[in-house]
Design a protein around this ligand. Sequence first.
Ligand code: FAD
Length: 371
Amino acid sequence: MTQVVIGAGMVGCATALALIKRGYDVVIYEKRPDPRVEENKDVGRSINLAISARGLRSLRAIDPEICDVVISHTVPMKGRMIHAPGDGHMTPILYGVYGTESINSISRSKLNNLMIDAAERAGAKIVFSHQIPSDLEGVSALGETIFGCDGAFSKIRGLIERHTDYKIEQETVSTYYMEVPIPNSEAIKDWPLNYLHIWPRGSHMFIALPNDDGSFTGTLFAPNTLFESDLANPELLAKWFTTEFPDAAKVIGTEGLTMLGKNAPRGKLTSIKFSPYNLGSKIVLLGDASHSMVPFYGQGLNAGLEDVRTLFEQFIDTSIKDEWALAFNAYSKFRKPDLDAINDLSMANYLEMCSSVTKTSFKMRKYFDNM
Ligand code: FAD
């Protein structure tokens, strides 16, 4: 019987690849239209992602070919580049002692499209623009096991909630984010490409991750109260951004900033800890559907890819033939402490990125200035 994946995000496609590798037929149901078609492009939601060793190790175990393709589209970031207030003076903080370790930047839409291509090439049938039934009976009829990979606001998680005892801890933080595209231009030639650029300013911050065409994708994080008051006005947003991040504002330009204020959607950030991750052998949750975390540790997707590797390598492959209920129960118990820990670290790293990092960078600046 066919295995069913709900959601053609990165984790859903990785799950489909893992299932196909083990000889199963797979259908993926996705509620959005095909994002590879130009007119369906998700404008304003293409925040760059940092893929770390955790994600790449998992992707390689799931499908070495797609891992190599993904790596070929990433830009390694060997550290943070801190931009000081005022003159925008840049101070690097390397991620590793020797400068050889890095995390890797890639556009979310590019990565998702690559994963969809790979799942389709491997033989997954993908049904786009599809509304799944909202009751367990209807969803169960879709196939043998339902792999719920439908993101933070998972409908499949809702089915587990309705049919078993569950625990949920959910927190929506008072910070919104907004994508800020920064096209390649003469003006950004001074920004070293191989860094995650950060403008930490206490209650708010701006970050910019490099793309393989020399452009950057920025993200502004600020209190929701600010986004709903001053920053709701495009002219005020441009003025405020110029005061807070003058060097970044210079490369984006006043017109670019004003356009941004008019067009760019704002996103909310949610943290969700949930258990159990399964309903017998009928449903199992992977990725954001089971653990949504704030993005400040850059590990949400990495952890989601690790879910897929862990579930298949340590539980499904080693289970007695087709004893998936036992495998899913064991996975759910085993995985929970690690996911809760990374969720907590993500929340704690917000403070680090917004403000503590400045203390380190000012110490580093003194060090570099004295060299
Ligand atoms: P999603 O990417 O949300 O995909 C879910 C899919 O399911 C979507 O295609 C959706 O349309 C579909 N879907 C939803 N409901 C249904 C339904 N009812 N029926 C069918 N389909 C449905 N993570 C990192 O590892 N590194 C980073 O640097 C990083 N940066 C981030 C920055 C920001 C601003 C944010 C918000 C997140 C960041 N993350 C990062 C987290 C990362 O984006 C998520 O962890 C990742 O997208 C989760 O993948 P997923 O496939 O589980 O869910």
